[in-house]
Design a binder for this molecule. Structure first.
Ligand code: HEM
Length: 157
């Protein structure tokens, strides 16, 4: 069923046209990578702060309020360009384990970011232990690294 849908999408006229163009896929892939820089930067800013590295004069909650706005914008770029890249060679990615590892890690890190990580950040100045802040930062960084590595591996199977 899902494979049929992938085949239908991949051979639909807009995606055939995108594959036929020598520049469209590389442009979308480049925008995907630029979105990665925004997501990576906004995640690192807060997680390194939670690890006690950098920007220590800034309360974590204040830092996260601004960084999370960029994280959301970066995610919108990543998901929209990612779906386009996927649809272009959907039947190829369908069989790539790393693609499904990446998608699972992406769902896990988004759920973690809006729940546990947000609670720890909001409670950081108010009594949440520094140790739990560090643990949350390490989990967040590990999940995002899994997403990025998954992306790298699907680009070059
Ligand atoms: C924030 C979330 C995401 C991150 C951090 C991410 C990261 C990456 C990275 C690092 C690459 C390798 C780029 C390269 O080396 O050329 C990549 C490629 C790719 N990503 Fe994502 N990605 C994200 C979301 C998505 C989503 C939601 C999808 C699809 C639904 C997707 C589909 C793809 C595809 C198909 C490629 C391979 C392109 C190729 O064959 O060169 N990505 N991604």
């Amino acid at each position: 069923m899902l494979l049929e849908l992938c085949r239908w999408v991949q051979y639909s006229p807009p995606l055939v046209a995108m594959r036929g163009s020598p520049i469209l896929f590389p442009i979308v892939a480049t925008i995907h990578l630029m979105g990665l820089a925004v997501v990576g930067g906004s995640v690192l800013l807060v997680d390194l702060r939670l690890l006690g590295l950098g920007l220590r004069r800034q309360p974590v909650a204040v830092l996260a309020r601004d960084a999370d706005r960029w994280l959301f914008r970066g995610l919108v770029v990543m998901v929209s360009t990612g779906i386009l890249l996927f649809m272009c060679f959907a039947t190829k990615y369908y069989y790539l384990t790393f693609f499904w590892v990446k998608m699972a890690a992406l769902c896990a890190v988004i759920a973690f970011t809006v729940s546990v990580r947000r609670r720890i950040i909001m409670g950081h100045e108010g009594g949440v232990s520094a140790a739990s802040g560090r643990l949350v930062a390490l989990v967040s960084l590990a999940l995002w690294t899994t997403v990025a590595l998954g992306g790298r591996y699907i680009g070059f199977p």
